[in-house]
Design a protein around this ligand. Structure first.
Ligand code: F6R
Length: 240
C-alpha cells in the first residue's frame, strides 16, 4: 500500500486523473472501475478536460461500483444518472461499454450474479477508483460485510443513508438497499486507487491504513491488495 498525501482536494483530483490518463494511454483497450459520491467529482472534471484535449475513451469498458435499488437510470439521484452527468455524457465511451448495476432489476440477486459475470467476461477490472465512507465502507460494503462477498444486495446503514440524504428531498426517499460490488469483486481489480479528502475522513483513513484488517472496517482489507495507492489530502491524512 502506497500513501500519497497532497496539499488539497484539487491535487488529489489531478493526481487521480493523471493515473487514469497514463493508464489509458498505455492500454487504450482497458476495463475501468468508477465510483460515485463527491470525492471523484474533481477527477472526472480533469478526465473531461483531458478528453477535450484528445484522451480517447472509445475502446474503454467501464463498471461502476454500485447503484441504489428502486431508482431507475433517469432518476436524478441514481448513480447511472450521476455518471452520465459527470463523466459518461461528456466523453466518448460507447454506450454499450458502460456498466452500472440495474437498480430496477426484477430479481436483484440475479442482477448481482449477472453483473459479476459481465466483469469476468470483460477480463476483470484493470484500474478501480474508490472513495471511503466515514465508517470505512467501500462501495456499499458496510462494516461487517464478509471479505469474500461478490456483487450482492446490500442494506445501507443509517449513517450512510444520512450521509447520502443530501441528494434526496427527504430522508424517506433515501433507498434502504443497493446493489454493490463486493469486497472480493473490488479486491480482484488489478490496481486500485482510493481517494479521500477532508477532516471527516481522517479516522476512517487512519483505521484503513494502520488499523487491524477487519470486516468491521471494510477498507482495511486493502492492506492485503498488492497494488493499491491511497491519494489523500492533508486533512484526511491528519491521523497518519
Ligand atoms: C460510491 C461509493 C461509496 C462512496 C463513499 C464516499 O459509488 O461506492 O462508497 O465512495 O460513500 O462518498 P463521498 O465521496 O460522497 O464522501
Amino acid at each position: 500500500m502506497e500513501i500519497i498525501i497532497t496539499k488539497n482536494y484539487e491535487e488529489v483530483s489531478k493526481k487521480a486523473a493523471d493515473i487514469y490518463k497514463e493508464h489509458m494511454e498505455k492500454q487504450p483497450q482497458t476495463v475501468l472501475g468508477f465510483a460515485t459520491g463527491s470525492t471523484p467529482l474533481g477527477m472526472y472534471e480533469w478526465l473531461i478536460k483531458y478528453h477535450e484535449a484528445g484522451l480517447d475513451f472509445s475502446k474503454v469498458t467501464t463498471f461502476n461500483l454500485d447503484e441504489y435499488i428502486g431508482l431507475a437510470g433517469d432518476h436524478p439521484a441514481s448513480y447511472r444518472y450521476f455518471m452520465e452527468e459527470h463523466l459518461f455524457g461528456k466523453v466518448n465511451v460507447p454506450k454499450g461499454s458502460i456498466h452500472v448495476p440495474n437498480g430496477m432489476a426484477e430479481n436483484p440477486d440475479e442482477e448481482c450474479q449477472a453483473y459479476e459475470e459481465r466483469i469476468r467476461k470483460a477480463g476483470g477490472i484493470d484500474l478501480q477508483v474508490l472513495g471511503i465512507g466515514i465508517n470505512g465502507h467501500i462501495g456499499f460494503n458496510e462494516p461487517g460485510t464478509p471479505f469474500n462477498t461478490l456483487t450482492h444486495v446490500a442494506e445501507l446503514t443509517e449513517s450512510t443513508r444520512e450521509a447520502n440524504a443530501r441528494f434526496f428531498s427527504s430522508m424517506d426517499e433515501v433507498p434502504t438497499h443497493a446493489i454493490s460490488m463486493g469486497i472480493k469483486s473490488i479486491m480482484h481489480a488489478r490496481r486500485i486507487i482510493l481517494l479521500a479528502n477532508g477532516e471527516h475522513k481522517a479516522e476512517a483513513v487512519a483505521a484503513a491504513v494502520k488499523g487491524p484488517i477487519t470486516p468491521e472496517l471494510p477498507a482495511s482489507v486493502l492492506q492485503l491488495h498488492p497494488n493499491v495507492q491511497f491519494i489523500i489530502d492533508e486533512a484526511a491524512g491528519r491521523l497518519l
